[in-house]
Design a binder for this molecule. Sequence first.
Ligand code: XIL
Length: 355
Amino acid sequence: MNPLKRLDRRRASVLSLVAATVLVTPGTAIGAPDAVKASTLGAQAAQSGRYFGTAVAAGRLGDGTYTGILNREFNSVTPENEMKWDTTEPSRGSFNFGPADQIANRAQARGQRLRGHTLVWHSQLPNWVRSIRDANTLRGVMNNHITTLMNRYKGRIHSWDVVNEAFADGGSGQHRSSVFQNLLGDGFIEQAFRTARSADPSAKLCYNDYSIENWSDAKTQGVYRMVRDFKARGVPIDCVGLQSHFGAGGPPASFQTTLSNFAALGVDVQITELDIAQASPTAYANTVRACMNVARCTGITVWGIRDSDSWRSGENPLLFDRNGNKKSAYNAVLTTLGGTPAAPRGTTDAAAELQ
Ligand code: XIL
């Protein structure tokens, strides 16, 4: 076909799509012919093959404002506490999947993807594990915990945080003290990842931590060396999760460098628990831009929906205010993902948008 005709046909089909979009969703702005823009975070992130997720608390699923935003905006979900050890295996060998199932089933019914958080972590760990004194017992308990959780959600979780926060703060670049480290030694992380790969070969296996966003920090360097070593020796690891709990200034200047340096090792990177004190739009935009600029940055999760849902609620660090209204950081994120913020209600003028 003559290329001009093809272009005309393409334009015509885009215009009819545009017209349909305007009819169905007032306030949706019109993008360039080959990039019709979305008006929600998840849909916009999906246009570049990424996800945009949130932490979800089972206890809030009865709140209609909360679920309204959850259903509308996000295409990935991380249980905020419900898959942690103290909830899932409160006593040895006795598993409780009620709250995690609630979140997982709901997400699946709505076509949202699921992140698993987290299998091996020194915190929110029941006392019966913390007080184990024998390495063989602990190894068996750890492997059984990983295998049981991964089997339960097999095929339903796109990425699992296999090990969370194993590195120490400060300048050592070494692992922190924990029952796992103290009894099993440095090899406990490798052991956890090998067990995880056998349990669910299709899930991406992530190492997740905070304060690993600034490239020159000893903690970042320590995690980088571990991932490089795992890749060199064939220890299964597929992704690094950067929690990204930022202060008011947002990400460090080197954030994108850190993301691309990890990615260059042959792993995906994901921003897994994003929140920023006071939620400056610029700080949010800088964070999202860094991810957009790195091909292997496959998704972003914010750590809660409204400020009132946040574990840092005093710092108002999220994208929606206590009433569920979009904050200016929301618009900054949507724009940086490549979308266009919806016009405020009542001001939509489809004719003006079509210009
Ligand atoms: C937090 C939850 O948001 C809180 O509800 C809970 O009381 C404590 O844990 N790093 C992590 C997350 O990996 O699991 C933590 O979540 C925040 C820090």
